[in-house]
Structure formats: structure tokens, C-alpha cells
Ligand binder design. Structure first.
Ligand code: ADP
Ligand code: MG
Length: 247
């Protein structure tokens, strides 16, 4: 087992909130802030519905939370670690160890089976693997697949799955080895409303079982009542540039 995950940058503080933004600003182009959030705190274990119209900065904010992007100003503390103080490589390591991310397009690897897609985070990162605490990765993948009703598809290439099944593979991959924070960027937009609700129940159940905090982004307001808390991005985001976008 590699010791690379023991670097202080990848540490997380057990008592800190899952997410804590203070005076966080980000611009793709100088002088045109896309995100400007004075304060946003998400306690651990919460399920948060983050909504706002297209172009309001939802994906950009998730990029800051995941450390894909780095805030120009302010603090972005995830599990007690301020990502703005980490190098790009340290942020990558932190993300791999502590976060699960479900992309809108799922980003599954087409030439790998369902099981190998689910196992990817623990194959790629020693810190994430260590979170299994000695448990068998294959069993962890199979248990998640069973919880998400895709056990029968474990050997299949992901290209043979329906959209709904691919989505559940993406969730299993995000949840393997129990990351503390799970981030989903509009993963339900391709589903009809029955499947959406069923998918969300599975997601909540899996996050609760893993003890994960869930930040779920969507512009579909009908989903809001299913979550413990809702955050309107236009209400918390004071950025100037987002108001120039037509929706
Ligand atoms: P949402 O996810 O709410 O639709 P985004 O975060 O994708 O919003 O986009 C917010 C704003 O940032 C938009 O004006 C968008 O055009 C701009 N933007 C997003 N990604 C980039 C990028 N890579 N480079 C430059 N501008 C971007
Ligand atoms: Mg988006």
C-alpha cells in the first residue's frame, strides 16, 4: 500500500463541516466572477439540493467543491481542508480519496465491465483503497451493485446498459469505499419522473449507508421536497457575470 495519501494536504478533520465556503470567488476570465459566495456551510450527513437556472454557476461551484477548479479568493474548506491552499496535485489526491462525483454524462469507461468501472476509484488511488480498511474491494463493489439493483449486470460491458443502469453504475463508482462527500451534477436529466424518484431513493439509501454528505445539483424543482435542505444558487451567488447569461 502506498503512503502517498498520508500527506497532510489529504487529511480531513472529523468534526469540520462537509463544506464551508467563505468569501469564495472564481472567474474564468479576470474581472468576470462566475461564483462569489460570502458564506455557505453544509454540515456532515446532510442531503442538499442545489438549484438554479442554466448558466447560474452550478457546475462551476461543484468544480470548486471537488477541487477541479481553484477559487481566486476566499476559502473552500472541504471536510476541514482548505482546497485553496493545496497544489493542483494535492487537490487531485484529496478528491480521489474523499469525494465521489457523479457527472451529468456519467463518464463511464466504455471498454471496462460494470464491475471494473465501479472499482476504478480504488484501483487508481491508494488513499481511497485504504478507506476499505482491509475489506475486499470486489465484495464492496458487488454489495453496492446489489444495493443499486445492477448485480445482474456486473460482468457486462457498460455500453450494453440502459441509461438508468449506467447512472446506477456511476453512483456505485462514486460511493465505493465510502467517500465522505458525494457530488452529483444533474444526473437525472435523462430519466422520466418515475425513474428519477426511484433513483433518488436508491441514492439517498446508499449515501446514508456510507455516512456520506450529498450535494445534488439540478434545475428540476420537482425534486426539491425529497431533500433535507435546498440551496438556491442565485440567492447565495453574488457574482456579476452570471446575470449576463440568457436562460
Ligand atoms: P450551470 O452549471 O448552472 O449551467 P456553469 O457553471 O456551467 O452553470 O456556467 C456558469 C457560467 O460560466 C456561464 O456563463 C458559462 O458560460 C461560464 N463557463 C462555464 N464553464 C466555462 C469555461 N470552461 N470557460 C469559460 N466560461 C465558462
Ligand atoms: Mg451545469
Amino acid at each position: 500500500m502506498s503512503l502517498s495519501h498520508t500527506a497532510p494536504a489529504a487529511a480531513s478533520t472529523a468534526s469540520a463541516p462537509a463544506v464551508e465556503l467563505q468569501g469564495a470567488r472564481f472567474a474564468y476570465r479576470a474581472g468576470r466572477d462566475v461564483v462569489a459566495i460570502e458564506s455557505l456551510v453544509i454540515p456532515r450527513g446532510e442531503t442538499v439540493f442545489l438549484h438554479g437556472p442554466s448558466g447560474s454557476g452550478k457546475t462551476t461551484l461543484l468544480g470548486l467543491l471537488a477541487g477541479v477548479l481553484k477559487a481566486d479568493q476566499g476559502a473552500v474548506r472541504i471536510l476541514g481542508t482548505d482546497l485553496t491552499r493545496l497544489s493542483s496535485g494535492e487537490r487531485d489526491a484529496f478528491r480521489a480519496q474523499h469525494l465521489g462525483y457523479v457527472f451529468q454524462q456519467f463518464n463511464l469507461i466504455p471498454y471496462l465491465s460494470v464491475r471494473e468501472n465501479i472499482l476504478l476509484p480504488v484501483r487508481l488511488d491508494a488513499g481511497r483503497r485504504a478507506r476499505l480498511q482491509g475489506a475486499d474491494p470486489l465484495r464492496a463493489a458487488d454489495t453496492l451493485a446489489a444495493d443499486l439493483d445492477i448485480a445482474g449486470a456486473l460482468e457486462s460491458p457498460v455500453t450494453e446498459l440502459s441509461v438508468g443502469q449506467q447512472q446506477r453504475v456511476a453512483v456505485a463508482r462514486a460511493l465505493i469505499a465510502s467517500p465522505e462527500l458525494v457530488i452529483c451534477d444533474e444526473p437525472t436529466s435523462a430519466l422520466d419522473s418515475d425513474r428519477r424518484e426511484r433513483f433518488l431513493q436508491l441514492l439517498f439509501k446508499s449515501c446514508a449507508k456510507a455516512g456520506a454528505t450529498l450535494v445534488f445539483v439540478s434545475h428540476d424543482m420537482s425534486l426539491q421536497p425529497l431533500f433535507a435542505r435546498a440551496v438556491s444558487l442565485p440567492e447565495v451567488n453574488r457574482a456579476s457575470a452570471v446575470h449576463l447569461v440568457e436562460n
